[in-house]
Design a binder for this molecule. Structure first.
Ligand code: AHR
Length: 659
């Protein structure tokens, strides 16, 4: 790793150093580059049970019996048989047949364990649905929400009986309202009476979902995304895009159309880390590309789908030849997928894919402007393939911006090779990834200051501070992210998008941390990193403004006492927004002088800060508001300069009003 120079003050440790005076100059005489609306956004990948078991509100695991072990997630009792003849959904051929246990006291049925349990809340309603047919005579099933841990007389907290009155496949529904909370419960279904039934696509959703949609999303999690005010929404990954082999890559066409007929996919994160092995981790594709586009629209973010370039994950395939689309012809379906996706998003309803979008409930185009091709690819294998995508996409959709990749590392051999290749190919943006330790973040305060202004723009597509020996969520890591982001902001002319990663993690099902939002089945919590992202997104302003100390950017360099800072102008209200991160252990005195205000003066300011003395802590499900932004009215100023006391280990967003 090159370019890592620890600022001397930090290398020596500035704990206990006397409070120093820092003089910043904000140059209000000249508006800098526009800050793109896409500047701060979200990266979604189905890792850590982010989709099934997370954002996607389905509570039944393996609802269509399509996992390689058809009954994974299920327990059966009595006479239950898995069958495939005469199934209602072509791409999901398995279903179960329940026949009589042949004794009035015996039972036939099955129960689903959900994702880390079926968890329900008293006072909430749950929508059960199933496709069923009887075997010639009317039959009945009973559906129950069960709490096996209940110490009272009964385990059943809600039940409904459903009459299966047709020998043809039909959808049956029932609403369940539990009498008590169940933490780790079961969904149980059993046959009532002697007449048998066939069951398929057994589903349970909370009645309340995000915007109360069928096949909906978990409300608290979707709301958290909306509350961040994201400008761009990247999906569906990450390595998920590439697959362990080409067969397990994310295939968007399998993720659209009626949800019952979307085939499952293996989720590569189920085995990526043998020390965190999740054999039941599959993708139902219930949260698919239509839902991603719809969510992007809901939360006001530009959708950024990323597709396979015809290369399976290079980390998992040392012998690359085995899992690459070998030549131009083999790439055809991949390129077609990209073209068809653009048609799905933007095409008129007279086109094949535009028509499907309309049938799914969105007649108007989604107005897709961006597409990513390839994730963390490297070597010549990547540009050799990307080239053909660029040619074909440009031919048919010249206005779509193409995002290429600089590989998995923030610098080094592949990075140095791929950036020039991306320039040659004319990629509009280049995706950079950096999961790096504290030392890297401290040394990167000037990363983009000298980037080529004529080449592709930067998409900082995956990043997070991974503390050395502290690779989990904690305040100090988030503070360093905030410090680093001053550099993104200062260089908003070249950095057009940035997304922290990963986004979501289930506390019982994670493979990778730190993550931005954590949850169990009923609760969620925003990390400090979430609040950092939110503070930037909510205060992104409209134009960069030069902010210097002794003529230089404030980037944690020698003599800058652990301070990182940047400024933007907000044309919406005429204010100047200054972000300051003090990563040192000492309070700092800062004077900001506003140059070039002409006859105007700074009247007052408001300030939001993030701080804790417990820098290795974060928010948790049990203590979700441990470290949250604190908003204060600042002081009145009435002049062109103001003194600020910048506390140690604190991130500030100041909004200065000017008249
Ligand atoms: O965010 C987790 C993983 O990190 C992504 O899937 C991949 O792109 C990167 O290596």
């Amino acid at each position: 790793m090159k370019n890592i120079i620890l600022p001397a003050a930090l290398a020596l440790g500035i704990a206990g150093a006397a409070t120093a005076q820092n003089n910043f100059v904000l140059n209000a005489s000249k508006l800098g580059a526009p800050v793109q609306s896409t500047m701060y956004g979200l990266f979604f990948e189905d890792i850590n049970y982010a989709a099934d078991g997370g954002l996607y509100a389905e509570m039944v695991k393996n609802r269509s019996f399509e996992f390689p072990q058809a009954l994974m997630g299920w327990k059966t009792f009595g006479n239950v048989e898995v069958r495939t003849d005469g199934a209602p959904f072509e791409k999901n051929p398995h279903y179960v047949r329940l026949t009589s246990a042949m004794h009035p006291h015996k039972r036939t049925g099955l129960e689903n364990e959900g994702f880390f349990g079926v968890s329900v809340l008293k006072g909430s309603n749950y929508k059960f649905s199933v496709y069923a047919r009887n075997l010639g005579s009317n039959a009945k099933i009973r559906v129950e929400l069960v709490n096996p841990a209940a110490m009272g007389e009964i385990h059943t907290m809600a039940f409904k009986e459903i009459e299966v009155n047709s020998k043809d496949w039909k959808k049956y529904t029932a609403e369940l309202s539990p009498e008590e909370n169940i933490n780790k419960g079961l969904l149980r279904i059993f046959l009532v009476g002697d007449n048998g039934v066939d069951l398929e696509h057994i589903s349970l959703f909370p009645a309340e979902t995000w915007k109360n949609r069928e096949n909906g999303l978990r409300k608290d999690l979707a709301q958290a995304l909306a509350d961040l005010k994201p400008g761009v929404f990247r999906f569906p990954g990450g390595c998920i895009v590439e697959g362990t082999d080409l067969n397990s890559r994310y295939q968007w066409k399998n993720s659209v159309g009626p949800v019952e007929n979307r085939p499952i996919n293996e989720n590569r994160w189920h085995y990526t880390f043998p020390h965190r092995f999740y054999p039941d981790y599959y993708q139902s594709y219930g949260l698919g590309f239509f839902e991603f586009f719809q969510l992007s629209e809901d939360i006001g973010a530009e959708p950024l789908p990323v597709l396979s370039v015809g290369l399976a994950c290079q980390f998992q395939n040392e012998n690359a030849d085995a899992h690459v689309a070998a030549n131009r012809q083999a790439l055809d379906p991949y390129i077609q997928d990209a073209l068809d996706l653009i048609e799905f998003a933007n095409g008129s309803t007279s086109t094949k894919w535009g028509k499907l979008r309309a049938e799914m409930g969105h007649e108007k185009p989604f107005n897709l402007k961006l597409i990513g091709i390839g994730n963390e690819q490297w070597d010549a294998l990547y540009p050799e393939r990307l080239k053909f995508f660029v040619e074909e996409i440009r031919k048919k959709y010249p206005n779509i911006k193409i995002v290429g990749s600089s590989g998995p590392d923030s610098e080094g051999k592949q990075f140095d090779y791929l950036w020039p290749e991306m320039k040659k190919l004319g990629a509009d943006l280049v995706d950079e990834h950096f999961y790096r330790p504290e030392s890297w973040f401290l040394a990167q305060g000037n990363r983009y200051d000298n980037y080529d202004r004529k080449g592709p723009k930067v998409f900082a597509g995956e990043y997070a501070c991974h503390g050395a020996g502290k690779k989990w969520n904690h305040f100090n890591a988030s503070l360093l992210e905030a410090a680093f982001m001053t550099n993104l902001e200062r260089n908003a002319d070249v950095v057009h998008m940035a997304t922290y990663a990963p986004l979501f993690a289930h506390v019982e099902g994670w493979q990778w941390r730190p993550d931005m939002i954590w949850y169990d089945n009923t609760r969620s919590v925003k990390s400090v990193s979430y609040y950092v992202q939110q503070l930037y997104a909510k205060n992104k302003g409209t134009n960069t403004i030069q902010l210097t100390e002794n003529g230089k950017p404030v980037a944690g360099n020698d003599g800058q006492n652990g301070l990182f800072a940047s400024a933007v102008y907000d044309a919406n209200d005429g204010s100047y927004i200054v972000k300051v991160a003090n990563v040192s252990d000492s309070d700092q005195k800062v004077n900001i002088k506003f140059d070039g205000l002409k006859k105007k003066k700074v009247t007052d300011y408001s300030v939001t800060s993030l701080h804790t003395d417990k820098v290795l802590e974060d928010n948790t499900l049990d203590n979700p508001f441990n470290i949250i932004p604190k908003e204060e009215k600042g002081a009145s100023v009435n002049g062109i300069s103001t003194d600020l006391n910048i506390k140690a280990k604190t991130f500030y967003v100041f909004r200065f009003n000017v008249k």
